[in-house]
Design a protein around this ligand. Structure first.
Ligand code: GAR
Length: 188
């Protein structure tokens, strides 16, 4: 049975999509905890609304990324998590976290990997002039945005697109493929 630990930095619409998929019985899982790093992340308010415990681990309070990750691992273990989901988590993970959950961390990234890794993937896609963009759900490994791909979805880039309109179109697909990717990992 999937016991999810979700990590988010901002709005948390992907957290919401996972919670909805569980509520609608499209995903057989339970959210144990939300970990967030920005005190004003809206994801925390969503977690409250779903009665999911949330833990703030503010990266600004840690001098080393490894120490933050140790705290994250400890929190995930305390909540008995067996699958970690990075749902808009905007921090680079260190081996401390990745090795504690080998092949048990899923990330959603707003590009058709392996292109446009890192931050500003949407701006990178607009800058490159691609006509098709999308999102990728993948396993997290030591190299950023490079682990095995689980599911991708593509969307058109329209001539009048801004990063906001393209991101909105991509997010509709993220909200479908992230719960599906999580469900795939239940079978392992
Ligand atoms: C999502 O579009 C996700 O793909 C992206 O952040 C957004 C979070 O949205 N993640 C990355 O860029 C990771 N490098 P949300 O907070 O509404 O779920």
């Amino acid at each position: 049975f999937l016991k999810l630990g979700i990590m988010a930095s901002g709005n948390g619409s992907n957290f919401e999509a996972i919670a909805c998929a569980i509520a609608e019985q499209k995903l057989n899982a339970q959210i144990q905890v939300l970990i967030y790093n920005n005190p004003n992340a809206y994801a925390a308010i969503r977690a409250d609304a779903w009665n999911v415990p949330s833990v703030l681990l503010n990266h600004r309070k840690y001098t080393q990324r490894e120490i933050l990750d140790e705290k994250i691992v400890e929190t995930l273990q305390n909540y008995d998590v067996n699958l970690v989901v990075m749902a808009g988590w905007m921090r680079l993970a260190t081996p401390v976290l990745i090795n504690a959950f080998t092949n048990r961390i899923v990330n959603i990234h707003p590009s058709l990997l392996p292109v446009f890794k890192g931050i500003n993937a949407i701006e990178q896609a607009l800058g490159a002039g691609v006509k098709i963009a999308g999102c990728t759900a993948h396993l997290v490994c030591l190299e950023m945005d490079s682990g095995p791909i689980l599911i991708q979805a593509a969307v058109p880039v329209l001539p009048e697109d801004t990063s906001a309109t393209l991101h909105a179109r991509i997010q509709i697909e993220e909200h479908k493929i992230l719960p599906m990717a999580i469900e795939l990992l239940a079978m392992q």
